[in-house]
Design a protein around this ligand. Sequence first.
Ligand SMILES: [Zn+2]
Length: 1055
Amino acid sequence: MIKTERILHLKSCRGRKVRVVREHYVRERVPCFSALCQADCDNDGKVLPGDLTHYVVPDVGVVVDYLEILEFRELQGIVFTQTACQAVQHSKGRRQYNRLRNLLKDPRHDCVLFANEFQEYSYCPREKGESQEKWQTRCVYSAAVWYHNHLAGMMDIVMITEDQDAVAQFSSLSSGVYVVSVQDYLSNFWMELHAAHELYNSISQALEEKESEGTEKEYTEHLPSEILEAGIKSGRYIQGVLNVNKHRAQQEALITTQASSNKNTDLSRDVLVYGGKNRNRAVHGDVVVVELLPKSEWRGKVTSLTERQGDEKTGEDEKSKPMPTGYVVGILQRNWRDYVVTFPPREATQSQSRNSQRILAIPWDPRIPKIRISTQQADALQDHRVVVRIDSWESTSLYPNGHSVRVLGRAGELETEIQTILIENFIHVPPFSEAQLKEMPVNSPEKPWKVHPSQVASRRDLRGTHLVFSIDPRGCEDVDDTLSVRTLDGGKLLELGVHIADVTHFVPEGSLTDLEARSRATTYYLADRRYDMLPAVLSADLCSLLGGVDRYAMSVLWELDAHTLEVTKVWYGRTLIRSSYQLHYELAQALLNREDTEVPELAPLSPEEKDAKLAELTQALEMLTHVARHLRAQRDRGGALELEGVEVRAQLDAEKNITALVPRQPLEVHETVAECMIYANHWVARKIQKTFPHQALLRHHPPPRQEFFSQLVDSAKARGFTINTSSNKALADSLDRAVDPEDPLVNRMLRMMATQAMSQALYFSTGAQSQEQYYHYGLALDHYTHFTSPIRRYADMIVHRLLTAAVDLDKGLSPAVALATNKELEETTQHINNKNRAAQRAQKLSIELFQCLYFKERDPQTDPSCVADAAIYAIRDNGVLVFVPQYGVKGPVYLKNRDGEVVTVGQDGRCEWKTGSVKRYSEHISTTCSSGTSTFTLFDHITVRISVQPSRCHADSLNLEIISNKPHKSAESQQPHSQGRSQLVQEVVRQAEEASQQAQERASRGPRLSKEEREFCQSKTPNLYSLLEEIRELALMDVGACRDCFMNIMYTFYS
Ligand SMILES: [Zn+2]
């Protein structure tokens, strides 16, 4: 080891320059992390492959400014030098530095860190008079040369730099080491990677623009972080997350404070920040610091009805009494993400400088300010949706500056809009990479997958002893759960078995597939497509518990007393199964009803054999039903809720396919399967919680806050019903009683309100909550988790690993991999909860998108499908909120407009606008004008006209306009809305396909979706049980949305 000195010039926090001399040790051996290493380096962890054409060594400037390009997973063999990494840390701050560190850690990215300044032969001391930049570039070049030599000339090295002098100086110095600019590199090696070229252009333009900024201040400077921290400590400032009101994005933003971090007790409430100047460049989601204004300047929030406000959860309507109001003095953490923006038409172009134009692009999310983008493509991108990132927001700039990342397509087209929804919800679902797919087992006609002998030895083999079968929707491909039931001990005992696909056998923890599944966290269901969490070879094949083939499973087997059904013994573990029957719901129900049916698996048998087998199967199904009824009754006594009941049953008379999906009556078998799954989830939760009291993953459903029930209670009272919300049992019972025989919609809307009042069910780590908080309110269970759908939920995969570890411990074995600590697990559960919320939002948005696309094609004035029946479920200051059952749409209906006109009802019920006033009461709202008074009461049925409120930059929305205060009766509205919904999706998809075909024919298109993206629109059959379970588990979404997800699954299932 050699000691040298290293001189650093640092800036102190007060801005003084300090010269620091540090001892610097260099050594001969510093790992190269290359598979081609000839020198026996200590290469732990990620290693660059040896079969590439070259390695890339980016210069400091490239890493600092163009890191996004290096993040393309296509780019392989990247060596980040220590010099470059330190430069990022110093010049770009923690966030960017962490981003680089994550990149280095992520095995899906083929890049490594080389500690070049510790390597004896690559280190070069700074020369006298040499600028910092020149020296850094020399260091990076020296590192590139070192690699070439260290790998004995077997690998060419390409150094990329934006320093033209360096290109001139170094490019011909050493053979095998090339020095090129980023642009040359991309055009020589990555011609086809258009996205990278576009990104390069937009970043370089943004950098150019930055240099030509003005100096006039538009905003107050932010205070330095020391002052902010001191101010928060002293109580002068308040810290919180900026939350912009999406309906009044220009004016209203709330600071949601973290109660615990806030000393000031009378400020447990949120702080209002009014207007752009007070917001002082903070963007929705940033962690900011505010100072309060004097009380005389406090103001209230606006409370009247605005667009799309129907789905907000508030206990009481906020009256506009003044609340603490403040202004932003500093920002602790920026939470900028990728934003989808729309490029405005030509005339809005702001300024031109040299060869580029500065455009104020409008974000799709109304809460985000306009972003200034410099581009040469302003014309081509008009009315296109583009992904952008914000680079900076200086006090001299009215708007933030950013650069474009990629073009999604023309606004309003189905694919563009779907991609927009994904990006706006941070859903990143690229096709599975080659490296990920390489980890997958092979199952092909030439090389069929077989059970491994070692697995036969280590698993409990149920193939000869247990009659295993599955019950799924007709045509289901991915069977992730199967059941078995048999008598033991001469009929004294019953043995119930639930056998779940053993996904974690195929997906080891930490593998690329595992990391990808973890980051997706769930399969995403949109209205017309889904994005799987796992590659198809697992989800549709080797993990699908198909009939007649050997499969690995994770099983729970209960021994129950045949009379009392008390559990006498539970066994958990890995098994080997072969499902005998792949039943669908109707078939299973027909067998239970002892109807004459054909079981395909029995077709080849002789009549005697067939009868015997059929009797055996029917008996098993009957036993199963018997057990499930008992389990359900047990939970019902505990207070299990079924808020969706009416909702789903109302669809009974639809086409027969849909009838098949209705839980409960008439197909009890749905409930039987679901009950067994809930039971398995419950027992697995108990097992892992007991074994790992501080680090097990469970799922709880917190009891709702009573104030959220006020709307439900008051509305029900208006109709003469009493809703008791004191417990889940009381709520369930009183909802069951609140039935209006004249109008089934009343009960449905009450259940909708109840669901809306619910909190969400969430995953958590047992170490992070106290035992009382484990309770699942909706299912009325003290312990619950997700175990039964590992193919589409990452939480279940974690639970499978925990259960395996628990079983191993019982056997005296220590777990193969260290378990996540409570803290790590809690972080993972937060991530999964966030992803689940994103999945729900994306699903909801995709359904709204389809609704809008459907109505966009119609003329609301002439098309009868634009007129529908609606029921009032809430009263607001200037209108009502209604539910349109035919289309599953909820939204506001205004009774007063901006011109001071109100809706009045004529003799025949027809509505007109006239000058007048509106008055709100608790159960009704009245409009008064010269011709008299009209009243609209809760649960009234009215007729609305549905039209599309188009928006170029944001999502379109539906506009509901009252045309009559009488119910709408037509042939169509008598049909169950379910049918309308699936037709709606089908029709829109068809239209979109036609449009895209025509466009292709014309072959005059702007940027298009890649082929992969199209191929990725998967349409495999989803698992129905899991869906039912989700619905039963309630409180995930409002009932409308639950039904929606129900419908979209049905759509993919039956198309
Ligand atoms: Zn080496």
